[in-house]
Structures are given as structure tokens and as C-alpha cells.
Design a protein around this ligand. Structure first.
Ligand SMILES: Cc1cc2nc3c(=O)[nH]c(=O)nc-3n(C[C@H](O)[C@H](O)[C@H](O)COP(=O)(O)OP(=O)(O)OC[C@H]3O[C@@H](n4cnc5c(N)ncnc54)[C@H](O)[C@@H]3O)c2cc1C
Length: 374
């Protein structure tokens, strides 16, 4: 019988995470922690157990784009992987978007949300991407002052019922530029009924399965540059399921994030609604960018944590030269370096956005090796 190495394994990813547990103990009022800790435990158990198993089984699945049906109709159906479908249900049920808008725990609600996101993300293959944009859209619509749009979309974006839950896309990048988005070529024109319609090509639209998106377009006659763009709300399909003047040209064949259905789109008369005036679109979409950047930083740290959790477990199992790797000083030195980088990144990330969300910090206990830097 040849030797088979037992693989690295995960346990409850909340219980096993000293850094996260210390942070929530430090940042949250004790009665709130008592209230939310069972949910953190549950998410930690899922992330280290069934979801992690599902993720490994789902590894080779990728989104599939079907442009035409057998009878020649343009359908642009996108089938995402089974893990992604499950992740959407789980995210809605656990209120991953709802929590900061329900504000049950006032300004600490964001800590609750992002502690869950930190546990959820490494086991759900970048499903955090549509969630980040959904949170960004919810934030943008909740402060834009457009009551009609807020009433239409917000209840879906923050729904806990998966049947009601919508995700949102964020369609900015065009082939002229992602950074220099003021070069965008998409135009907006009013039709004879007064509806705004968008014409152009969006080059990088992640999570194209979303029910809505916030996007930028230049109303006819506006000046060039970022100021001449306006922020528009768009629903991707009508009540019959037909695409709203949108064609999915193809899914990106990307080097990474392959579970994410990122599309190139042609907008050919897509009906859209201005969110907030007919200019200053880049400024008006910036609340969405701030939220998605925050999700990105939390997600990045969560992946660092996952790598270390696996490496540490493996080091206790893999025998080389008569002893586990965990007993080898040089190997331990490598793991310790990774752990130090994780703790620095974790504290930088969580302290930074805690400040942004207005969370009052208590000073870290003396034994905590990494101090809040903000
Ligand atoms: C996986 C993935 C998913 C994405 N999903 C979306 C999405 O859902 N919606 C969306 O709108 N976009 C999306 N994007 C696009 C992404 O936001 C853009 O790629 C990004 O904005 C950069 O734009 P660009 O690719 O056109 O690069 P460019 O703007 O051409 O930049 C090229 C390089 O030049 C550097 N650079 C640019 N300007 C400056 C400057 N002034 N000074 C110094 N250096 C500079 C950049 O940092 C970069 O390294 C996605 C990208 C990826 C990889």
C-alpha cells in the first residue's frame, strides 16, 4: 500500500481564529457579542465544514453563457456554479447585506456584517464580488435622495428572503479605461416617451447575473470627462425575463476569479433611470466604490487567513526527516511571518473601516501584539 498524505483540514473557522475573536471582543459591546456570537459560530462551522467540502467538489465548475436558444432567439442565459447558487441563498438568509441597513446594533452593525463576510468569503469562491456591489448599490441608493428608486430596489437588495433578494452590478469600465473612466463612450438619449436609453459597450461587468446595476453614461450634449457622465440605474431584464436592450458579447476568459461571470456587454437602447441629476456621475457613484473597496480589503485578509489555517494544519500532519513540519524551526519561522502579516493586515483593515463606519474603539488589551494604527 503506497503512502497517501492526509490533506489539510479545517475546523470551525470562528472558534479557531484567535485574531477575529479578540477583535470582536475588543470592538463590540459585550451584550451585542453575546447576541451575534451564535451566528459567527454557525458561519465558522459552515465555512470550515460543509461549505469547504462543497467548494472543493465545485472546484472545476465555471459559469456558462448560452447566447441563443435552440430556436434562434437571443437569450443570453448565464448558468453559475452550484456553489454560487448556494452562496446566494446563504448570503440572503444570513443578512450579509441586510445587517448594516437594519442597524439592529447601530454603528456596530458593520462589524457584525464584516465578521460574517470574513468567515463566509474564503469558502464561497468570490461570491463576495456580487455581494460587495450589492452593498455598494444599497448604500448609494439609500443616500442619493431618489425616493422612487430607493423604494423600488432597496427592499430587494437588503432582503433576507432568497426569493426576494437581488444583487447589483457596477458597470463602469469601458475599453477606453477603467482608471480614467471619464473617457467612457456610452451615451444616454431620451426616446419619444421620455425614457432614458443607453448605447455603448461595457468592458468589464462582473456578476452579470445581477438583477440590476448602477452604471455611467453621458447624456447627449454633455461635456466630455467625468463631470459630463451621469449615474444611471438599470434593471437587466423586464418582467418577462427578456434582457433590457443588453447583449452579453462574451464572458471574460480570466486568469483568476473564474467563478465570477464577468461579461462584456453591448447596451443598445437599454432603459435606464438617472439616479441623481444628469452629470457628476463619477462623484455620485463613489459611495459604491468606497463600499466595494472595503469588501475587497476584508476579502483579501480573509484569504490570507484561509491560507494560514490550511498551512498550519498541514504542518502538524506532514512528516519530514522524522518529525512534523510544525517542529522544524525554519518552517515555523515561515508560518510565524505569515501570521504576523495577517495580523497586521487584519488590524489595518478592520480598524480602518471601523473608523469609516463610526465605531468607537476600545484600546487593545496590552497583550495584543499589533496595535490599531488609525
Ligand atoms: C476580475 C475583475 C473584475 C472586474 N469587474 C469589474 C466590474 O464589475 N465593473 C467595472 O466597472 N470594472 C470591473 N473591472 C475592471 C477594473 O475595475 C479595471 O480593470 C480597473 O479600473 C483598471 O482599469 P484598466 O484595466 O482599464 O487599466 P488602466 O486604467 O488602463 O490602467 C493600467 C495600469 O496603469 C495604472 N494607472 C492608471 N492610471 C494611473 C495614474 N494616473 N498614475 C499611475 N498609474 C496609473 C493602473 O494602476 C494600472 O496598473 C474588473 C476587473 C477585474 C480584473
Amino acid at each position: 500500500m503506497p503512502f497517501n498524505q492526509s490533506p489539510p483540514a479545517l475546523t470551525n473557522q470562528y472558534s479557531a481564529d484567535r485574531v477575529l475573536r479578540e477583535y470582536v471582543q475588543r470592538a463590540l459591546p459585550p451584550e451585542m457579542l453575546r447576541d451575534i456570537e451564535p451566528q459567527l459560530q454557525e458561519m465558522g462551522e459552515l465555512a470550515g465544514g460543509p461549505l469547504y467540502g462543497f467548494q472543493r467538489a465545485d472546484r472545476v465548475n465555471e459559469p456558462v453563457h448560452t447566447a441563443w436558444d435552440p430556436w434562434g432567439h437571443r437569450v443570453d442565459q448565464i448558468e453559475v456554479s452550484p456553489l454560487w447558487r448556494a452562496a446566494e441563498q446563504l448570503a440572503a438568509r444570513h443578512g450579509l447585506i441586510a445587517i448594516p441597513y437594519e442597524r439592529k446594533h447601530a454603528q456596530w452593525s458593520r462589524v457584525h456584517q464584516f465578521a460574517l463576510v470574513y468567515l463566509f468569503t474564503p469558502s464561497t469562491d468570490v461570491y463576495s464580488c456580487p455581494l460587495a456591489m450589492t452593498d455598494g448599490a444599497a448604500r448609494t441608493l439609500s443616500i442619493a435622495g431618489n425616493e422612487a428608486l430607493a423604494q423600488r430596489a432597496l427592499p430587494h437588495l437588503i432582503a433576507r428572503d432568497p426569493r426576494q433578494f437581488w444583487t447589483s452590478g457596477q458597470w463602469m469600465t469601458e475599453s477606453t479605461g477603467g482608471s480614467d473612466v471619464g473617457l467612457s463612450e456610452t451615451t444616454a438619449r431620451q426616446d419619444e416617451r421620455g425614457n432614458w436609453r443607453l448605447y455603448g459597450r461595457k468592458w468589464f461587468t462582473s456578476a452579470i447575473t445581477s438583477q440590476m446595476a448602477l452604471t455611467l453614461a453621458r447624456p447627449q450634449g454633455n461635456a466630455g470627462g467625468g463631470k459630463g457622465l451621469a449615474l444611471f440605474y438599470i434593471e437587466t431584464r423586464d418582467e418577462h425575463g427578456n434582457l433590457n436592450g443588453i447583449a452579453v458579447n462574451r464572458l471574460k476568459d480570466k486568469l483568476g476569479t473564474r467563478k465570477v461571470p464577468t461579461a462584456e456587454l453591448t447596451l443598445d437602447g437599454a432603459i435606464a433611470v438617472p439616479v441623481l441629476g444628469l452629470s457628476e456621475g463619477v462623484k455620485n457613484i463613489s459611495p459604491m466604490l468606497n463600499v466595494t473597496r472595503t469588501w475587497n480589503s476584508v476579502s483579501a485578509v480573509s484569504y490570507m487567513r484561509r491560507g494560514i489555517a490550511l498551512a498550519r494544519d498541514y504542518a502538524s500532519k506532514r512528516i519530514a526527516f522524522g518529525a512534523p513540519l510544525a517542529d522544524k524551526p525554519l518552517h515555523l519561522d515561515t508560518l510565524a511571518g505569515m501570521q504576523a502579516e495577517l495580523e497586521a493586515a487584519f488590524n489595518l483593515t478592520f480598524c480602518w473601516w471601523s473608523c469609516w463606519a463610526g465605531v468607537r474603539r476600545r484600546p487593545p488589551p496590552r497583550k495584543t501584539p499589533i496595535y490599531c494604527v488609525c
